[in-house]
Write a protein that binds this ligand. Structure first.
Ligand SMILES: Cc1cc2nc3c(=O)[nH]c(=O)nc-3n(C[C@H](O)[C@H](O)[C@H](O)COP(=O)(O)OP(=O)(O)OC[C@H]3O[C@@H](n4cnc5c(N)ncnc54)[C@H](O)[C@@H]3O)c2cc1C
Length: 531
């Protein structure tokens, strides 16, 4: 179990070293001014645990002495999430926030007992699923980590209603493996799929790459069970209800600040038997985003619908390298495409007839696009979980790489994209360093879409944390009034200062009031979600 979280003590996504191909590194040096930068991984030590003997004894009485871990490896292995800043700290640039202990309860009752004990002992608790938070959600200095790794069971499957109940610590690949036995799927595939958990998805309102077809995670949640210092809370008895506001939605997105989700009942679907992914290219962002809007509003989106802007398309083609990239660019020019914007579409269906009909409905609306067929789509699908490994390789090469996401209505989309691009570019341009800022739509709705930005620039040698902070602040300020502070990464610590601008001071007071009821001692994940 320790290996599930250690990953070079969280300095990387996997324990396999990641390297950039030489042509990619050469290209990056030319484009950004990247020099030769060393990124050593420093051997880290943990400060002594400050968990009192009494607390250790009480917690051991609940979960067993072997499940209260205070050794350095266990604590460093859960020190922080997987944001750029968290990864930097584990590479020895900055100091990671190390918890005092790691508690591993075995079931929902033990979770409730741990929370009640911690409330009495005034011990702060940070819930930890896969630890993939990119917004500081699992930072736990001066707190204990409540790791849900042992809540790893499929509790029930209702094949008639197409529902499955999972314990919160089940990881996405394990959930899919268990469902496949019944011919079912959840269809939730965020880029963090390999490591994130069912409880983490619910706690953060996650959105997967196939959200256009399968919905966001909160659309899938039919029921939740949450342990709080006040006791166990279960919600969700029917597919729809008019019994007052939907309190499930207070739990979904609560980021560990109101309680610990111990079980989630999710809507599942039949496992698809046929899949088809393909790529098209539009000439320019406006034409591409208009096309995605039409698909969304005519309700014929493919299950995966992802439009890259010209910068992101350029980077994907450049990283392909060699003759293939040159041939592609010559072909697109010959077809009159001046600013290629790549659209990936993926359909999943029960049989070829269903797929053919849906595909035809989508494609007949995409006038003016150059179809590049299956190789491009299949290549995207093949590499869909490579992002974290590429980030490791970039960071090892001395690159600052940050991703951030937002969403807005169609009428504001182009304005928001320009505002964030300009903010990031200005904040990251320094001396001979030139940032690359790229963007894509990966989640489309009838009324609007998400925007996902990736910025890469040579890492500042003197103060890398400040370089990141300036870019983050500039982007968050650009978003204010135009879109949401987070479409799927959640609030955590990093977005908390901007939440009031989105939900109002009254909204923040409502969240505080809920917390006061469920967690009167304020032991749960302080500093996260609520500003
Ligand atoms: C490389 C990379 C790619 C990513 N891609 C995506 C993406 O495509 N889509 C997306 O939505 N997100 C993405 N994320 C963000 C992250 O994976 C999601 O936020 C995910 O939902 C977190 O799941 P987790 O199990 O790792 O939760 P953790 O990181 O462990 O926790 C996240 C937050 O939820 C709380 N929490 C966790 N479990 C529980 C629980 N059982 N009860 C109460 N609170 C809990 C934690 O305290 C924390 O505040 C990505 C992250 C990385 C590093």
């Amino acid at each position: 179990m320790a290996n599930r979280t250690d990953q070079l003590l969280r300095a990387a996504w996997t324990d396999q070293s990641a390297e950039l191909p030489s042509h990619a590194l050469r290209w990056l040096r030319e484009e950004t001014g990247l020099g030769h930068v060393e990124t050593p991984t420093r051997a880290l030590t943990a400060p002594p645990s400050e968990l009192s003997d009494k607390a250790r004894e009480v917690l051991a009485g609940i979960v067993g002495a072997g499940n209260v871990l205070t050794d350095d490896a266990a604590r460093l292995g859960r020190a922080g999430g997987l944001s750029y800043l968290d990864l930097l700290k584990h590479k020895g640039i900055g100091t990671p926030e190390v918890p005092d202990a790691v508690i591993l309860p075995a079931d929902p009752d033990q979770v409730t007992a741990v929370l009640k004990a911690c409330a009495e002992l005034k011990v702060t608790v940070v819930p930890f699923g896969g630890g993939t938070s990119v917004v500081g959600g699992v930072r736990a200095e001066g707190a204990v980590i409540l790791d849900l790794a042992r809540l790893d069971r499929l509790v029930a499957v209702d094949q008639v209603s197409r529902l499955a109940t999972f314990q919160a610590g089940v990881r996405a690949p394990d959930a899919e493996r268990e469902l496949a036995v019944y011919g079912l799927t959840l269809g939730h595939v965020p880029q963090s799929f390999e490591r994130a958990t069912i409880g983490g998805f619910a706690a953060t309102r996650s959105a997967g790459q196939a959200s256009s077809g399968y919905g966001r995670f909160e659309d899938m949640v039919e029921g939740v069970r949450m342990a709080t210092p006040r006791g166990d809370w279960r919600l969700g008895v029917a597919p729809a209800s008019a019994a007052g506001p939907d309190l499930k939605q207070l739990v979904v997105g609560s980021e560990g600040a109101f309680g610990v989700i111990t079980e989630v009942t999710v809507r599942v679907r039949l496992l698809p038997k046929v899949r088809r992914y393909e790529g098209l290219v539009f000439d320019g962002w406006e034409k591409g985003s208009e096309a995605v809007r039409k698909l969304a509003q005519d309700r014929v989106l493919a299950d995966v619908t992802r439009l890259s802007d010209v910068d992101e398309t350029g980077v994907s083609f450049a990283l392909t390298g060699g003759l293939k990239a040159k041939a592609l660019s010559t072909y697109l020019k010959a077809r009159g495409i001046k600013e290629p914007c790549m659209l990936i579409l993926g359909w999943e269906a029960q049989d070829n007839h269903e797929l053919t009909v849906r595909r035809a409905e989508t494609l007949r609306r995409l006038k003016g696009a150059v179809r590049l067929g299956r190789p491009l789509g299949e290549a995207w699908k093949h590499g869909r979980f490579n992002g974290p490994r590429q980030r490791d390789a970039l960071m090892n090469a001395g690159v600052c790489v940050e991703t951030l996401e937002t969403a807005t209505h169609w009428s504001q989309l182009t304005k928001l994209r320009s505002a964030v691009r300009t903010a990031l570019t200005n904040a990251l341009t320094e001396g001979s360093n030139k940032p690359i800022v790229m963007c894509h739509i990966s989640h489309a709705y009838e009324t609007g879409a998400s925007l996902y930005f990736t910025a890469i620039v040579p890492r500042a040698v003197r103060d890398p944390e400040n370089q990141w902070r300036q870019a983050k602040t500039a982007a968050c300020e650009a978003i204010e009034g135009l879109g949401t502070i987070s479409h799927h990464h959640a609030v955590g610590i990093d977005h908390a200062p901007y939440l009031a601008a989105e939900i109002g001071d009254l909204g923040v007071d409502v969240l505080k009031a809920v917390k006061n009821v469920l967690d009167p001692e304020g032991i749960l994940n302080p500093g996260k979600l609520i500003p």
